[in-house]
Design a protein around this ligand. Structure first.
Ligand SMILES: Cc1cc2nc3c(=O)[nH]c(=O)nc-3n(C[C@H](O)[C@H](O)[C@H](O)COP(=O)(O)OP(=O)(O)OC[C@H]3O[C@@H](n4cnc5c(N)ncnc54)[C@H](O)[C@@H]3O)c2cc1C
Length: 390
């Protein structure tokens, strides 16, 4: 049985491990951090295309159980007026959307992988890898080594495997806004819970979702055209006040929600990774954010990472050689994932528009989603993706 070394136990890593196990491989996941890092992070949406990919390896229910269902989304203007009604996610694909705490998803995927017999090694930070004949050998920071027939770099935005494959690989690109988020334990909103509500403020984009228990989770993209030094970014009261000021002229519930947030975490840089010219060489390949990262604002990075994991396992199952499988994978994936990343960047530019472009954006959003299903299919093309495992 061929051994697959999977580097990274985030999202793409465990999903790839379970898919490869189903494809007849013997996978081991090597994760840099200890389990204690699990409690860190914000929340995310797993879109219909991510759940579709998970379905191929009987994982969709695991993801759903880790979070809560968010069946629809809606867009609002800076004055609080609706641009759209509630747009059901399943209008294009028949599948809904799940909102989940990032750390809960990591734990659920790893626990399920271990339950299925996948070995996960913690505290294994890859520093180098080399091919020898038909195998590839990985070296870790703690001095350990591991060998397999294939090495899959699912080690995220700041991937080391990407640089091992190509020392000239590009670094992530800062896109001019920050990721800010917070959580209000019990916030009274009038609308139904479970809808992702997105507001185009005059100065800043904001969205929130309310969990069935009443907890409200929000996310915002304060603009910072010049890339700040991440070490200077602080959370707390001063940051809360700064965010409240950004929404002061908007007639939306946003400023009140931010005021009610007990702890406002430090923001971090919003980055993407549009084109990595070299995804593979010598039995090593990168997938997920390591190969192509969509800005968090796109709400798509995790879902396309799940797609990658399943498609790669399928290609390795069906390919005559590892090299052929990698080429097929790249041929099937590159155009789609780069288009998703580009869409994410366009979303951010749209959110930063001045008054005239904002009016045009609002007009098109309102018009598109007023129309029947066929147009939703075109607009929600990212979600409308199906993998046939068979
Ligand atoms: C605030 C925020 C909100 C987001 N919201 C959404 C959303 O709503 N929807 C969505 O689809 N996506 C969202 N994303 C993007 C999403 O989180 C990523 O696209 C997704 O996590 C990518 O999965 P991955 O497995 O490729 O990488 P990661 O999830 O980053 O996993 C990489 C793993 O590799 C490990 N690792 C790193 N370096 C090494 C090394 N040298 N050796 C071994 N292990 C290593 C890391 O510790 C980590 O566990 C969001 C991101 C952020 C930051």
């Amino acid at each position: 049985m061929a051994r697959a070394l999977i580097i990274g136990g985030g999202i793409a890593g465990p999903v790839a491990a379970m898919a490869l196990q189903k494809a007849g491989f013997e996978p081991t996941v090597h994760e840099a951090f200890d389990r204690t890092a699990d409690g860190v992070g914000a929340f995310m949406n797993i879109a219909p295309n991510g759940l579709d990919a998970c379905d191929c390896v009987d994982l969709a229910d695991v993801v759903r159980k880790a979070g809560f269902e968010t069946p629809a989304m809606a867009f609002y203007r800076h004055d609080g007026r609706r641009l759209t009604g509630d747009i059901a996610f399943n209008r294009v694909s028949g599948t809904g959307n799940t909102t989940v705490q990032r750390s809960d998803l990591y734990v659920a995927l790893r626990d399920e992988a271990e339950r299925r017999g996948v070995r996960i090694e913690y505290g294994k930070r890859i520093i180098d890898a080399q091919r020898t004949g038909d195998t590839v050998r990985a070296r870790f920071a703690d001095g350990d080594e591991a060998e397999g027939e294939v090495l899959i770099g699912a080690d995220g935005l700041h991937s080391r495997v990407r640089n091992i494959i190509d020392p000239a690989a590009p670094a992530p690109r800062y896109v001019g806004v920050l990721n800010a988020w917070g959580c209000v334990p019990d916030y009274p909103v009038e609308e139904a819970p479970g809808v992702i509500r997105m507001f185009f403020g005059r100065k800043c984009f904001f969205m929130y979702t309310q969990a069935p228990g009443g907890e409200l989770r929000w996310y915002a993209n304060p603009p910072r055209p010049e890339r700040p030094d991440p070490a200077t970014l602080r959370g707390g009261n001063a940051w809360r006040d700064e965010l409240v000021r950004l929404f002061a002229r908007d007639r939306m519930p946003v400023a009140d929600i931010i005021r009610a947030t007990p702890d406002v975490p430090a923001p971090f840089l919003n980055c993407d990774l549009p084109t990595v010219p070299r995804w593979h060489r010598d039995r090593m390949i990168v997938i997920g954010d390591a190969a192509h990262a969509a800005s968090p604002t796109s709400g798509s990075g995790a879902s396309i990472a799940m797609e990658d994991a399943v498609v790669l396992a399928k290609c390795l199952r069906d390919g005559a050689t590892v090299d052929a499988a990698f080429r097929t994978f790249e041929a099937q994936r590159r155009t789609r994932v780069e288009a998703v990343v580009a869409q994410g960047k366009r979303n951010i530019e749209g959110n930063l528009s001045g008054p005239v472009r904002s009016m045009v954006r609002n007009y098109f959003i309102a018009r598109t989603f007023r129309k029947p299903q066929a147009d939703g299919r075109k607009t929600l093309w990212v979600h409308n993706h199906h993998i046939d495992w068979g």
